[in-house]
Design a protein around this ligand. Structure first.
Ligand SMILES: N[C@@H](CCC(=O)N[C@@H](CS)C(=O)NCC(=O)O)C(=O)O
Length: 217
């Protein structure tokens, strides 16, 4: 049995949950992290020395880092075309998957999500929000250009790369900031929203994460 440790509101847990759902793999998810706690115990730190979510256990395999977990699940349980057999084709898609995880998402989370949702609004300046939106505009335009007509990152087939590429788009579109008109990205997001697994595991309200005055303590 596969066990996921991590709260449903974590964008990194969402990568794992969406992958499991697309692959139809039976699993249990346990609420760990943030207000649920549980991530600083010796037992948890033995699974993930960073004390972050997600972690995954699959028999005698224990993993942390959402993208590594995602690729493990794909390599172990998925088939082509979702997990392309051609290594060059897979790596070419993985470039963009990795770019979203390591460039697009940090810009979205640090530049906009934290200041607009997680931080004390009194500490947030208009200037930093403008800088966050400008950087997001630059990166979102790159993703829009890469997607082209799609329908998916790899063309006609939905693949592993769409999970890493698409998991941040719920927040990208839900956050209140001025987005430029990017038709390919908007159409891609609508296609993702037509997938039941995306709606269930990624389009999850982030309101429980919103800053509360008592968080200041
Ligand atoms: N690079 C790691 C980052 C993990 C991470 O930052 N997780 C956040 C949630 S998205 C976390 O654990 N936050 C603290 C908590 O929830 O207790 C990954 O992709 O798994």
């Amino acid at each position: 049995m596969i066990t996921v440790y991590g709260r449903a509101t974590s964008s990194n847990v969402q990568i794992v949950m969406w992958t499991l759902a697309e692959l139809g793999l039976a699993h249990t998810r346990l609420d760990y992290g943030d207000t649920y706690g549980g991530t600083k115990t010796a037992e948890y730190l033995a699974m993930n020395p960073m004390g972050l979510v997600p972690c995954l256990r699959d028999g005698d395999v224990t993993l942390f880092e959402s993208a590594a977990i995602h690729r493990y699940l794909c390599a172990r349980y998925a088939k082509a075309p979702f997990w392309p057999a051609d290594l060059g084709q897979r790596a070419a898609l993985d470039c963009w998957a990795e770019w979203v995880k390591t460039s697009f998402m940090p810009a979205l989370l640090t530049g906009l999500f934290y200041p607009l949702v997680r931080r004390d609004p009194a500490t947030v300046t208009a200037d930093e929000l403008a800088k966050g939106a400008a950087e997001m505009a630059r990166l979102a335009a790159m993703l829009d250009a890469r997607l082209g007509q799609g329908p998916w990152l790899g063309g006609d087939e939905f693949t592993f790369a769409d999970i890493l590429a698409g998991h941040g788009l719920y927040r990208y579109y839900a956050l209140p900031f001025a987005r430029q008109d990017l038709p390919a990205l908007a159409a891609y997001y609508e296609r993702l929203r037509a997938r039941p697994a995306y709606l269930e595991h990624v389009c999850v309200s982030y309101e429980p994460l919103r800053f509360k005055p008592e968080d200041k303590k």
